[in-house]
Design a protein around this ligand. Structure first.
Ligand SMILES: [Zn+2]
Length: 256
């Protein structure tokens, strides 16, 4: 076996092709970014999720639990298992959180949280210019959801609506704007840009390029797949109760 030859010809899979299970997310500003730069603006074109029937332009909602593991200091999270046929949660962590709330009205680090996902073409991301021109998943919370909702189905639905999901000349650009606010980036002043400025963002995209970009849309339900109740229980035991996280034995013999 000629290993040297094999290693020389190793194929490194690009991340978008199974090289990594990590979702390719749009880099969003940290608190430090907004403090240093005062204001950050990321220009995006949203792309539908073509894997659903009918094709979905709605932000994909998922629930998760996350906290910093006190033993390791590392943030860890797990997506909730799906609700049962009777619409009741099958998530053992959600059930515990509800019981704790009923018992002592306590705020818990590991309470259920919600986030939304959408596919997006990155037009300009000053925080990570390497993302410009790539299709990524935008992960966001309520502030940005309100801006998108008002364009899609709310106040501006008649003038914007599904134009928010078109790459052609009548499409519209979402400008994610982050301002510093009380120790967090605030996205409340994000907006949909004017038809003229939006048109400039994609004027260079031929129809075949647009198609190629649409083709990179990712099934959003697969980005953070739901766990099983057993996996959620193990996560709870390990990270919240702190069981099953063996400390590294300092004098462990080397395995060879
Ligand atoms: Zn849950």
């Amino acid at each position: 076996m000629d290993y040297t030859h094999l290693v020389k010809n190793l194929t490194i899979l690009p991340a978008s092709n199974g090289g990594s299970t990590k979702p390719q997310l749009v880099t969003m500003p940290t608190l430090r970014d907004v403090q240093n730069q005062h204001q950050v603006e990321i220009r995006l074109r949203l792309i539908p999720d073509f894997s659903t029937d009918p094709i979905s332009a709605a932000p994909y909602l998922y629930h998760f639990h996350g906290m910093k593991n006190p033993a390791t200091g590392v943030f860890t999270s797990i997506a909730c298992p799906p609700v049962g046929p009777d619409k009741r949660p099958t998530c053992p962590i959600c059930q515990r959180a509800l019981a704790e709330w009923n018992r002592r009205h306590a705020h818990l680090d590991w309470n259920r949280q919600e986030e939304y996902l959408l596919n997006a073409l990155v037009i300009d991301n000053p925080l990570n210019p390497a993302q410009n021109g790539t299709v990524r998943v935008l992960k966001f919370r309520k502030q940005l959801k309100e801006v998108i909702d008002s364009a899609l189905t709310g106040r501006d639905a008649a003038t914007i609506g599904t134009r928010l999901f078109r790459l052609g000349p009548d499409g519209r650009t979402l400008v994610v704007r982050a301002d510093p606010s009380g120790g967090y980036p605030n996205y409340g002043r994000s907006f949909i840009d004017s038809p003229e400025r939006s048109q400039r963002d994609t004027a260079h995209l031929s129809e075949s390029l647009q198609n190629a970009i649409y083709g990179q849309s990712r099934p959003l339900a697969e980005v953070f797949p739901p766990s099983t109740p057993e996996e959620a229980e193990t996560w709870f035991q390990t990270h919240v109760l702190g069981q099953g996280l063996p400390a590294d034995p300092p004098d462990a013999p080397m395995p060879f």
